[in-house]
Design a protein around this ligand. Structure first.
Ligand code: AMP
Ligand code: ZN
Ligand code: ZN
Length: 406
């Protein structure tokens, strides 16, 4: 208990000076965005998170952050980076066949992850660089790709093994660089608590212990940042790409019990969301078989996906999109996954929602932000950095109230 009180006090001190409104002509603003993969919106209610609680007091806490459909890692990190729905930026799943390019994309294939041809839209780091603001990224989806011959000033190939301390040191190093080369937009990524959520389930002690571990990582991060002479000028966003739903071994749909795999050209995706390319002349047959299956399986033809999901119009989503109801798995009978948690479900399912916290000179203090879409982070970042942005799906109107006068 004493430790908890001390850390609340300590983090309180860390944030006490985030109170100054700057004159935008005097100071070139800073924004640091950190994403902790799969950090469900309600984890802080279930675990002890003094650092996040202090952030909420010092700045903004959203009720929840609504991901885009499908609530998978790559589509959503790139939606945050571009302000576009996955249907519009082209990373329609973590793994897919890009019919337009005649190439396959996979998150585990460095060659494709770094191939700019797959990436639509204009990531915020490229917008910033074009407008004279240096940027740095630590493993954000898309940042290792050359997109329209542009890249962040600082980027590196994905390295999950990089220690937490090294990540903190990288951000500190960047923010300590001479002003001519110093990045004013930094975007960093860490793969937890997603991995533990998959392995043990979102309600497990293992996941909740990890949430507390990540909260102390954030305390270490802010302790280090506090040492920067320009700390008071820096805006911070701590967020995530999606949540996590508990799976049950009794709730499994085996695709090969419903359709004949010989009717498929190929299938993209992973539990619980897939896009099917159907063999010529088989569309109605496969669609009918899937539609007649029952309530826990949602099925749409290309261009017919329910409007609220903003999905299924990109050529890379193929002929049919399927997703199960939250908590249900879709596998093949010869491959029955063992995960206790997953994501990818409709973004209207609350378990798919993520966290959003923000603090710094441009954010209001102790402000409760209603649930908003992660594509709105792009215009928010643009506003903070005084950037002229291309037209995107995200809307500043949804998020501007969390800012002081800008
Ligand atoms: P998923 O839970 O399947 O949606 O994806 C999460 C996984 O994506 C993590 O475990 C990471 O290993 C991986 N990942 C995240 N960012 C990157 C990246 N920039 N490059 C390669 N893999 C990544
Ligand atoms: Zn993720
Ligand atoms: Zn995941």
């Amino acid at each position: 208990m004493k430790n908890i009180l001390l850390s609340i006090l300590f983090v309180g001190i860390i944030f006490q000076s985030c109170n100054t409104v700057h004159n935008k002509n005097e100071i070139k603003p800073y924004l640091v965005v950190l994403s902790l993969d799969g950090f469900r919106w309600d984890y802080p209610d279930k675990a002890n998170t003094p650092t996040l609680d202090s952030l909420a007091k010092a700045g903004v806490k959203a009720k929840s952050l609504k991901p885009c459909f499908p609530s998978k890692t790559f589509p959503n990190h790139y939606s945050i980076a571009t302000g576009l729905y996955p249907d519009h930026h082209g990373l329609v799943l973590n793994r897919f066949h890009a019919t337009d390019l005649g190439k396959n994309y996979s998150i585990s294939d460095t060659k494709t992850v770094t191939d700019g041809e797959f990436y639509g839209g204009k990531p915020i780091w490229n917008v910033a660089e074009e407008q004279g603001i240096k940027t740095a990224t630590l493993f954000w989806v898309g940042a290792s790709a050359d997109i329209n011959n542009e890249r962040p000033s600082h980027w590196s190939l994905y390295d999950e093994e990089l220690s937490k301390q090294d990540r903190i040191d990288s951000v500190f190093h960047w923010l300590s660089m001479p002003e001519e080369t110093r990045p004013h937009l930094i975007m960093g990524y860490y793969h937890e608590p997603d991995e533990t959520g998959h392995n043990f389930g979102p309600e497990s002690n293992e996941t909740l212990d990890l949430i507390e571990e990540l909260d102390s990582f954030l305390a270490d991060f802010f302790t280090q940042m506090r040492k920067l002479p320009n700390y008071d000028e820096i805006n911070f966003i701590i967020t995530s790409d999606h949540g996590m739903a508990e799976l049950s071994p009794d709730k499994v749909i085996f695709l090969d019990n419903i359709i004949d795999t010989a009717d498929l050209e190929f299938i993209d995706g992973g539990n619980p969301v897939y896009n099917l390319k159907v063999k010529e002349g088989k569309l109605e047959k496969v669609y009918t078989e899937l539609s007649e299956y029952g309530n826990n399986l949602l099925v749409w033809k290309h261009n017919e996906v329910t409007e609220e999901l903003h999905y299924g119009t990109n050529i890379r989503t193929h002929d049919i999109t399927i997703v199960s109801d939250s908590g249900w798995s879709i596998y093949w009978s010869w491959f029955n996954g063992k995960s206790l948690g997953t994501h990818g479900f409709k973004n209207t399912c609350k378990d798919m929602h993520a966290i959003f916290y923000a603090a710094g000179p441009d954010f209001k203090i102790s402000y409760n932000q209603p649930t908003f879409n992660n594509i709105d982070i792009y215009p928010l970042a643009g506003k903070i950095l005084n950037l002229k942005l291309p037209k995107v799906d995200g809307k500043i109107e949804n998020v501007k109230d969390m800012l002081k006068t800008k």
